[in-house]
Design a protein around this ligand. Sequence first.
Ligand SMILES: [Zn+2]
Length: 300
Amino acid sequence: MSGNGDRRGAGLDRLVSFTIPGRHVRGRTARLGPVLGRILAAHDYPPVIQRLLAEALVLTALVGGLLKREGSQLTMQAQAKGGVVGLMVCDYRDGELRGYVQHDDALLAGLGDDPALPDLFGQGHLAITFEPAATNQRYQGVVPLEGTSLTAAMEAYFAQSEQVPTLIRTAVDMRGKNSVGGGLLVQHLADGEEGQARLHLRVDHPEWEHVAVLAHSVRTGELIEPDLSLEQLVWRLFHEEPEVRVQQAVQLARGCRCSTVHFEEVLARFPKEDRRDMRDENGIILVDCAFCSREFAIQD
Ligand SMILES: [Zn+2]
C-alpha cells in the first residue's frame, strides 16, 4: 500500500454488484466522483438542478448496473408539466453515464434552495427503459413522479412496475468539480436470481425484511465518503450474513455516443424543406448534443 497521496478517491467512479444468496437478495452500490463533475461541467445548471441531476445519475448507475450483458442500455426519463423541469434524461451503457435536464430558470427562481419534488416536476412521470443487448426485448415501465424524492419514485417503479421489493438510498455532496454522489440498491428476488419465473408474489418476506433493516442502516456519510471503498461498505452492512458474493467492480465513465454520423442520421429523417430552413449559407447545419453540449457542424 502506498501512503496518503493516492488513497483519496479509491471509492469513486465505481459500481459494485453483490448477492446475498441465503436471502435471495441482490444489490448494487455506486459512487460517482470526477465523472459527476465532468457531466455537470458540460452544462451551466443552477445548484438545484445540478443536485437533481446528480441524484438521477446515481440512480441510473445503480439500475443500469442490473443489466447483465455488454451493450445493454438503461434509460431513465422524467417528463413533466407545470413545474421547473420539463424533461430529464439519463442513460447508462457499459459503465458509461450521461444526462441532461431541460428546466425553466424563471420558475426555479421563486422556489428557494430545496424545492420539493412536486415543485420541480409538477405533474409528471418517470419512464425506465431497459434495452438488453442482443435481444429485441426492450421493455419500459412508467410510474408517476410522486413521493418525496426521485429516489422514492424509483423505488415505486420497482414496487409497482416490476413488483420486486427494492430499497434504494442515495446521497449527494455538491462541491463543484469535487462533487460526490453515492447510492445503494438492494432487492429481493423471492424465487432466486433473475431469469427464473416467479411462481407467486409473496407479500411477507422475513428474509427480505432482515436485509432491508441492514441496508436501511447505511448512513449518508458512508454513501458519499470517497475513501470508503464500495466493497468495504458492503462488508460493513452485511458482514453478519453467512455468505455475500461481491463481483468485480465496474469502472464508471462519462460517455456520450454523439457523433457526426449520429446527427447525419437524425437529420436525414427530417423533410428536405425543414433541413433547408436549418442550414446556413454554406449548407451547414449546427446541432448541439443535449447530453454533452458539444456542437456539431453537419454538411447537408
Ligand atoms: Zn454528446
